[in-house]
Design a protein around this ligand. Structure first.
Ligand code: C5P
Length: 215
């Protein structure tokens, strides 16, 4: 069974997807981490983010793995680097690159093959798994999303101002929503859940109830 959870940054998507996978005893795939790993590799190299051919070459020559929740880039654990603000911004730039998307989409489909899995990202219900068993799209008011992101960063020891987080989030949302390939949008058959006034546990319970009801 495939369950997709898409939506913009700061909706609690990752935590919801992880918890849902845990309670259902499903695998979990964080596709944003894959774009982040490519972005990190490009940032650590001499390649410019704007050079789409070179960025695509980097993506094609990169080994991405997950090991018990850890993100492994070419054999090294980079989990702790992936939420850095520069990596977040660069991830949404490399995600505009059609060749990068093609490579990562086919890896995502290969990972999910034969699994019960919760896949989380921006295009999971629209492009990657159009026949998923359940599709959810999480939203929340932008100020609430920015506050959650800021609190996340603080927990990881990075101080960030609310206004800066909000403006970076707006830039990233705009790039994700307006790109020509796989723009962020709900699948026609996705259940849209506004998490503005909900805790993570409430969202997970809500999704579980929907799954139980129709399965
Ligand atoms: O979900 P997360 O914030 O980690 O994703 C980082 C970036 O990767 C997003 O801003 C988006 O540009 C890109 N992304 C994507 N498609 C996905 C997952 C993430 O374009 N399926």
């Amino acid at each position: 069974m495939i369950i997709t959870i898409d939506g913009p940054a700061g909706t609690g998507k990752s935590t919801v997807a992880q918890r849902l996978a845990q309670v259902l005893q499903f695998e979990y795939l964080d596709t944003g981490a894959m774009y982040r790993m490519i972005a990190l590799k490009v940032l650590s190299s001499a390649v410019s983010l704007e050079d789409s051919d070179q960025v695509a070459n980097v993506a094609g020559a990169t080994q991405l793995e997950f090991d018990q929740g850890a993100a492994i880039l070419d054999g090294g654990d980079v989990t702790h680097r992936l939420r850095e603000p520069e990596v977040s911004a660069a991830a949404s730039v490399v995600a505009q690159n059609p060749a990068v998307r093609e490579i990562l989409v086919s890896q995502q489909q290969a990972i999910a093959k034969g699994c019960d899995i919760v896949c989380e990202g921006r295009d999971q219900g629209t492009i990657v798994f159009p026949h998923a068993d359940f599709k959810f799209f999480l939203t929340a008011a932008e100020e609430i999303r920015a506050r959650r992101r800021m609190e996340d960063l603080q927990r990881q020891g990075t101080e960030a101002s609310f206004n800066l987080v909000l403006s970076e989030q707006r830039e990233r949302d705009a790039r994700d929503e307006t790109r020509s390939i796989a723009p962020l949008q709900p699948a026609a058959d996705a259940v849209i859940v506004d998490s503005s006034e909900m805790t993570i546990d409430e969202v997970v319970t809500h999704l579980q109830a929907i799954i139980r009801k129709s399965h």
